[in-house]
Each structure stands twice: as structure tokens, then as C-alpha cells.
Ligand binder design. Structure first.
Ligand SMILES: Nc1ncnc2c1ncn2[C@@H]1O[C@H](COP(=O)(O)OP(=O)(O)OP(=O)(O)O)[C@@H](O)[C@H]1O
Length: 327
């Protein structure tokens, strides 16, 4: 993607785009290539509330989210936020959002000022997991007011668009939306902001690492081989982008039968810990498969907000991160 300062400059750069595409296509091993020119047009006017007029006609507050990113030089810090942690996974469905939500709540219970940004733009799950139904607001059309849930300051694209509608955006729109969620949300002073990423190694990950000064990334994986293979790809991506990986969390690690007490290793055992060892990374902890965790997530009351044995696991994880200066 080539970012131009204006639509006119983008038009003049067309020969550069075509040549870049041709040269990359000529490289050995390249199977397909698509070079795109993008330019940030004039700012969109503020829209009236009650949901008219987002790019796909989806309901949204006064501020339109989802636009081309503004050009910037190198990764930027977000004012007022001391640490930004990306919660990432290679494979989908391994429990990244569950980890982000519970860790955020557990850190808040340790007295930290915590933010949670749901950057899973195509499948935002934090509104449900954190039990937030109300829409975000932007009274001035410039800044977005985040919501508070379980002691955590939270924002999700799911609070800005119609939850029943698909977000159909190309890479530049995703990058612009992420930039807006980081810089236009009134986060206030935070000790740590957790960013719940989409699975994989796509535009959102790339954009976050290149544009935002991150403290580091935490990789969530199940012990299963297919998840670990993808977790390795995520690790590679962060290395390539120069983002420190702070450790690996193994989720869905064993299931203790509530009836007979026997432990079954549904997705295998110890795979993520072995991977951390092999990669020379800290192993941050193991979270078992737990019915209460799943139910609590669906009900919008993260298990870490309670006092069950499952909550104690999240508390220990949060304390480890605080002790290590990560949160
Ligand atoms: N430790 C756990 N015990 C029981 N259920 C879990 C656990 N972790 C996650 N789940 C459940 O597994 C499902 C997938 O989890 P989650 O949405 O957190 O994954 P994800 O990696 O964020 O998915 P996506 O790829 O869609 O972003 C959810 O229904 C969640 O409640």
C-alpha cells in the first residue's frame, strides 16, 4: 500500500504504483501482488446522532469511524497511556477475547487503570463479553466517549456500528478505524491499554505495530498443534515488525470433569509452554477449559470479576504482569 498525501498526489503516483507492482511480480517466489494507492481526503463532516450515515449506512454516533488513515511518521505513543499490550493469536477461536476481557478486569481489580480496545473489527466480541449494550457517544463529533464496565474503560467498533450488520471494509478503512479508536477515544490516564486483535497476521496487526508504540504483544494459543503452528506465524510477524513479544498464554489447557474430577486434555497438554521455551519467551500461564468462564463470557460478566477458583487464576496472571512491569 502506498500512502499519498492527497488524492492529486495519488493520481500522479499511478506510474509508481504500476511499476512497484510489476517489479514485485517479477521477484522469484511471488505468486500474487496487488499494490494500492491510498490518500487521505478532506475530513468527513460530523454526522447527526442516531445512526445515519456511516460508510455502509450503519448506525453510529455523531463521529464517523472507518476512513483512510492520516499519514504519520513512525510509531506514535498515545498520550496519557503508559503501556499498550497487543493480545494476539495466530488462529481464531483460541480465546484471545476471553483472555483480554478477564485480564483487563483482573488488572483493574489489582488497582491498575485499565483500558480495553476491541480491535477485532470484523468480529467484535468485547461488548458481549463485558456486558455493554449501550452505544458509544461522541457529543462533539470529534472525540468518542468510551464506556466503563467492571472497572475497565472500554471501546469497541461493535459500539459504533449496527451489531447485526457486517463491516465490509478494505485495509485502508480498517487502518483508519483503528487509528481513530486509538487516538480519538477519550481514554484518559491509563496504566495499561489491552488491544484485543483479530486473529492472524493481517492489516490490523500490521497497522497497529507500525503506527503505535507498543509495549509488546502477548500471544494466546491452545496447546493444539494447529493453533501452535499459527501462533508461530504471529510470533514471526511481531519479530519482523520489531514488536517485543512479552510471553505466551496457554488457553483451554485441560478440563477437569465437574462430576468425577478427572482431568482431560482436550486440546493436548503443555504445547504452548514448550513453544515458549523453544522460542526463549516467558510462559505467562495456563488457563483451563471451564464452563463458568464460557457462560460468564456470554453473560457479559467476566469470571475474573467474581471470587471463584477461576477468578483466582486470572488474578495470579494479572499479578504476574504487574510484578513484571508489563501492566
Ligand atoms: N478457558 C476457556 N474455557 C471455556 N470456554 C472458553 C475459554 N476460553 C474461551 N472460551 C470460549 O471459546 C469461545 C471462543 O473464545 P474467544 O471469543 O475468546 O476466542 P477468540 O480467539 O477471541 O476468537 P476470535 O478468533 O473470534 O477473535 C467463546 O465462546 C469463549 O467463551
Amino acid at each position: 500500500m502506498i500512502e499519498a498525501p492527497s488524492p492529486e498526489a495519488a493520481r500522479r503516483l499511478e506510474p509508481v504504483r504500476a511499476e512497484a507492482e510489476a517489479r514485485i511480480r517479477a521477484l522469484e517466489g511471488v505468486q500474487s501482488v496487488s499494490v494500492v494507492l491510498t490518500a487521505h481526503g478532506p475530513a468527513a463532516p460530523a454526522r447527526p446522532p442516531q445512526g445515519q450515515g456511516t460508510p455502509q449506512g450503519q448506525g453510529a454516533p455523531a463521529l464517523t469511524v472507518g476512513r483512510h488513515p492520516t499519514p504519520q511518521a513512525g510509531p506514535q505513543a498515545v498520550p496519557g497511556i503508559d503501556r499498550i499490550l497487543a493480545i494476539a493469536s495466530g488462529k481464531g477461536g483460541v480465546g484471545k477475547s476471553t483472555v483480554a476481557a478477564n485480564l483487563a478486569v483482573a488488572l483493574a481489580r489489582e488497582g491498575r487503570r485499565v483500558g480495553l480496545l476491541d480491535a477485532d473489527i470484523h468480529g467484535p466480541s468485547q461488548p458481549r463479553m463485558m456486558g455493554v449494550a449501550r452505544r458509544a457517544s461522541s457529543p462533539d463529533g470529534q472525540t468518542i466517549e468510551p464506556v466503563q464496565a467492571h472497572g475497565v474503560t472500554m471501546m469497541s467498533i461493535g459500539l459504533m456500528v449496527d451489531p447485526g450488520k457486517a463491516v465490509v471494509w478494505r485495509g485502508p478503512m480498517l487502518m483508519g478505524a483503528l487509528q481513530q479508536l486509538l487516538t480519538q477515544v477519550a481514554w484518559g490516564r491509563l496504566d495499561v491499554l489491552l488491544v484485543d486483535l483479530p486473529p492472524g497476521t493481517g492489516d490490523v496487526q500490521l497497522s497497529l505495530c507500525q503506527r503505535t508504540r507498543l509495549t509488546g504483544a502477548i500471544i494466546v494459543s491452545t496447546p493444539q498443534d494447529v493453533a501452535l503452528i499459527d501462533a508461530r506465524k504471529a510470533l514471526d510477524m511481531f519479530r519482523l515488525l520489531g514488536t517485543p513479544v512479552l510471553g505466551i498464554i496457554e488457553n483451554m489447557s485441560g478440563f477437569v470433569c465437574p462430576h468425577c474430577g478427572q482431568e482431560s486434555h482436550i486440546f493436548g497438554q503443555g504445547g504452548a509452554e514448550a513453544e515458549a521455551l523453544r522460542e526463549g519467551l516467558p510462559f505467562l500461564g495456563r488457563i483451563p477449559i471451564d464452563l463458568a468462564t464460557r457462560l460468564a463470557g456470554d453473560e457479559g460478566l467476566p469470571v475474573a470479576a467474581g471470587d471463584s477458583p477461576a477468578a483466582a487464576i486470572w488474578r495470579a496472571l494479572a499479578q504476574r504482569l504487574v510484578a513484571g512491569g508489563m501492566a
